[in-house]
Design a protein around this ligand. Sequence first.
Ligand code: SAH
Length: 279
Amino acid sequence: MKGKLFVIGCGPGSVKHLTERAREAVTESNIVIGYKTYIGLVKELITTQEVISTGMSEEVERVQKAIKLAEEGNKVAVVSSGDAGVYGMAGLVYEVLAGRGWTRKTGVEVEIVPGISAVNSVASLLGAPVMHDSCTISLSDHLTPWKVIEKRLHAAAEADFVIALYNPRSKKRVRQIEEAQKILLKYKSPDTPVGIVKSAYREKEHIVVTTLGRMLEHEIGMLTTIIIGNSSTFIHDGKIITPRGYEKKYDLTEEEQPLKKHERLKEENEPWALHGGQP
Ligand code: SAH
């Protein structure tokens, strides 16, 4: 039997948000490997597969093992939460493979199965906060120097991105979120809408809508993602909404638009655009 390595994004944590392909991949595999919490996300799909669950910060060993087992002819599923390509296992799998001289032709088959990342699942619970240009920043400095994270926080805030903060706090890393708030407040108003979601689509789901100035008054932990709005983000009836710009051009209360279809792309109706290549 020819081995295969699946790297699977399992989504936020409910089976309803697991893709069909993720489901098939787990079912097709004879070995499932992952951090114990993530194995829990797919436990309903586990029948005869051998399960290898490992602890946190054992990612390198986990990947080495998965590759070895696939090279021996097994179909191995490496499971991540959310999307495997967003602070997940996909990158490490390819890094380790590259280091071993793997090629598509000569090495084991690899399939990365995309999943719904926390930024998407959390946003859906908060309303529509990520509608416009956005970025994700992980506050974990276990593998990234804090100086680099600081620089990205400054740049993202200055550029008015909507920002999703992953890994905002753990038992040991408590200062990072405080420092991040201070940096963001240099550029953003304390009234900027902020959504804090713990365990999206899991049993202990908890949703908070607050502001940048007050965000630290709420519980923030390992299973939390924080979304910080841009300068036009607003809160309506508990939902966070970032406009895409329609309101500049359309009357959102009217069924009949004052600007007719043929006028909508005209230069005079988009004075903010880059016209004819001229600023
Ligand atoms: N690959 C994952 C991210 C793993 S890093 C993804 O794409 O979502 C771990 C961080 O992801 C957590 O600290 C938290 O910030 C976020 N996260 C993962 N699942 C979450 C969930 N169900 N609810 C809220 N945040 C989540």
